[in-house]
Design a protein around this ligand. Structure first.
Ligand code: ATP
Ligand code: ATP
Ligand code: MG
Ligand code: MG
Ligand code: MG
Ligand code: MG
Ligand code: MG
Length: 290
């Protein structure tokens, strides 16, 4: 149909490519999960099966899209970080967000029976919305990730106290909410300890910190690679799976690009529940944002 009289309709599309040299975050979030939690009787405040399922789905998304360097998840959300040099879909925002959200949704629904063998999934099936945000500096990307992990902590501390008051303290929701009004973190820790003998710091790390999923190159070729290598290979631009990119957009030869893609595909996918607000995680793994 090329050059048919209908072709002009293409001009109604808008250009949504994310500018070069920006880190691209695709955040997906479960639709109506407050309701879904009730439908499938998630345990409160943290249903471990549901968290494991989120992490399993995210791991497959990271594995299949080689331009993703790291993902961070908590509750019903996951943020996928595409390297600043990513070329997938020519960096078009809608294509990136929809591909990640649909890949995640497919994994979530298909893997559901593994984590909830007793509860059959029924309509309305779980779905996830997705959005793209561009961050022009590593520092801002780090702040973005810190913001999500701080959110995880704040919500989890609140929810842990709330559900202790309801489940063990025999308060109704309203009373628990009232008891928590205006309390600071220290007050919440104190309520947990004095009333329920719960030391918040001993709660599972996956609940307090959320989950980090990343391509790990630690064991590769007998040890640490030089950062110069990473820079050189990365700047040649990797081709994402299924991403229609022009070959060697940034000058890398076809075989170099292919080699780099294979290296990413072979990388171990690490799943950890650790602090990513401080510098420790990043200093120990400089290749992640190299
Ligand atoms: P929206 O469609 O606007 O996102 P939502 O109901 O999904 O609406 P969120 O703000 O995304 O609202 O909140 C997700 C809800 O799901 C929270 O109440 C959270 O506690 C709950 N939730 C998510 N994961 C779990 C889990 N593993 N265990 C228990 N509750 C969970
Ligand atoms: P991209 O990821 O860029 O979309 P693509 O390989 O999906 O790449 P499209 O332009 O979307 O490329 O083309 C879809 C291809 O799938 C076409 O070759 C089309 O003929 C084929 N296809 C789609 N549906 C069917 C079908 N029902 N039967 C046979 N072939 C199909
Ligand atoms: Mg929401
Ligand atoms: Mg939600
Ligand atoms: Mg949410
Ligand atoms: Mg297609
Ligand atoms: Mg098509």
């Amino acid at each position: 149909m090329a050059n048919s009289g209908f072709e002009y309709v293409r001009h109604f599309e808008h250009h949504d490519a994310i500018p070069p040299s920006n880190w691209i975050v695709v955040r997906i979030d479960g639709r109506g999960f407050s309701k879904l939690c009730k439908k499938y009787s998630f345990s409160k405040p943290n249903d471990q099966r549901a968290l494991d399922l989120m992490n399993a789905a995210a791991t497959e998304v990271v594995r299949s899209l080689v331009d993703i360097v790291l993902a961070y998840g908590q509750s019903d959300e996951y943020s996928f970080i595409f390297h600043e040099s990513a070329t997938m879909f020519e960096r078009r925002a809608a294509k990136l967000a929809t591909t990640v959200a649909t890949a995640f949704t497919a994994e979530y629904c298909l893997q559901w029976p593994t984590f909830f063998p007793e509860q059959q999934l029924s309509r309305p099936f779980p779905t996830f919305d997705g959005r793209c945000v561009a961050y022009p500096k590593r520092k801002i990307l780090r702040d973005y990730l810190a913001w999500r992990q701080a959110d995880c902590h704040i919500n989890n501390l609140y929810n842990t106290v709330f559900w202790n008051l309801v489940l063990k303290g025999e308060m109704d929701g309203k009373a628990a909410e009232e008891a928590l009004k205006g309390t600071l973190a220290a007050d919440k820790n104190e309520i947990l300890w004095s009333r329920f003998e719960v030391n918040y710091n001993n709660e599972p790390a996956i609940w307090r910190k959320g989950t980090v999923v990343y391509r790990a190159y630690d064991a590769e070729e007998g040890g640490t690679r030089q950062s110069g290598d990473v820079e050189g290979q990365r700047s040649s631009g990797g081709k994402g799976l299924g991403g229609g990119v022009s070959e060697g957009a940034k000058g890398g030869s076809k075989s170099q690009l292919e080699k780099e893609r294979k290296r990413k595909q072979k990388a171990r996918i690490a799943v950890e529940h650790v602090d990513i607000i401080g510098d420790g995680f990043w200093e120990a793994r400089p290749y992640v944002l190299a």
